[in-house]
Design a protein around this ligand. Structure first.
Ligand code: CP
Length: 312
């Protein structure tokens, strides 16, 4: 596999900076990395001598572990900054923290932070490539890449597919990155959720269709993604009750009948079973939810390989 120089040293703040051809190149590289992950011996020596740092200021299971596994599989050195046990608690600023970590000789950063724009700040302070692992409600581009890969691997194309994304659009960074990426790849995206969780500008800014009725939104969908209902925001009074939300927006056997018979089911996780999705759908044969997690390792290996200039 060739490593095009277009990728070396690049940041991944969100998918708006990456062309459709570049996204396709990531999907192709992910396929190769997935094959590596299916071997008995899964390790490649291609990033030996490079050092990757994960800077996580918010909780994560999938994104953190899969980035760390990806670095390990490619033989990069990995250093983890854990906000909870760091000198942030002694009053050190983000800027000084990043200067301090960078003085140890880091080649690439992966950051998750509640502040939109924090990946850009880390790049400004270090000059090193930065991958956004989720910045507040703004963007989560590696999640979108693994979601797109999971669909593309099954269908062979994203062009012309109807993808319906359902749930708490207002607070979701996953939906924003998916809208950018899927549109670039030629998919038609419909988003659906309660009006109180749907910003008024979505159609205009992202070129997607907006529906408030789940059955209409699901009609003839090729792939359906549930979004996590952010239960911590329930006290904001954005919907009357969880029961009300569930009655109108849950992905269930009954509502999924409106999508195509073999429609793929996705969810970025973590899931609230019984709220945005019922177990019978989440665990069904057409659910890609655990496959998405598997693919998350491969897509992050592909990104590290391409950006750090690894050779196969
Ligand atoms: N999908 C996702 O970002 O999951 P984590 O919060 O577990 O990383």
């Amino acid at each position: 596999m060739e490593n095009s120089h277009n990728f070396i040293g690049r940041n991944l703040f969100d998918l708006d900076d990456w062309s459709a051809d570049e996204i396709q190149a990531v999907l192709d590289a992910t396929k190769v990395m997935k094959e590596v992950n299916q071997r008995d011996y899964k390790k490649l020596p291609i990033l030996r001598g490079k050092t990757v740092c994960t800077l996580f200021f918010e909780n994560s299971t999938r994104t953190l572990m899969s980035f760390e596994l990806a670095a390990d599989r490619l033989s990069a050195d990995l250093v983890r900054f854990s906000a909870n046990v760091s000198s942030l608690h002694k009053g050190e600023s983000l800027q000084d923290t990043v200067y301090t970590v960078d003085a140890m000789g880091i080649d690439l950063y992966i950051i998750r932070h509640s502040y939109p724009g924090s990946p850009q700040l880390v790049h400004k302070y270090t000059g090193k490539p930065v991958l956004n692992a989720g910045d507040g409600p703004h963007a989560h581009p590696t999640q979108a890449l693994l979601d797109m890969f999971s669909i593309w691997e099954r269908t062979g194309t994203l062009k012309g597919l109807k993808v319906t994304i359902v749930g708490d659009v207002a607070h979701s960074r996953v939906v924003r990155s998916n809208l950018i990426g899927l549109k670039k790849m030629g998919a038609n995206v419909t988003i659906c959720g309660p009006k109180t969780l749907m910003p008024g500008y979505m159609q205009e800014v992202y070129g997607c269709k907006v529906e408030y009725d789940l059955k209409t939104a699901l009609k003839n969908a090729d792939a359906v993604m549930g979004l996590r209902m952010q239960l911590e925001r329930q006290s904001d009074g954005l919907f009357p009750s969880l029961e009300e939300y569930t009655k109108l927006f849950t992905l269930s056997e009954e509502t999924m009948r409106y999508a195509k018979k073999d429609a793929l089911i996705l969810h970025p996780g973590p899931m609230n079973r019984g709220v945005e999705i019922l177990p019978g759908i989440a665990d069904s044969d057409r659910s890609l939810i655990l496959e998405q997690v598997t693919n998350g390792v491969a897509v992050r290996m592909a990104l590290l390989f391409l950006i750090l200039g690894g050779k196969l």
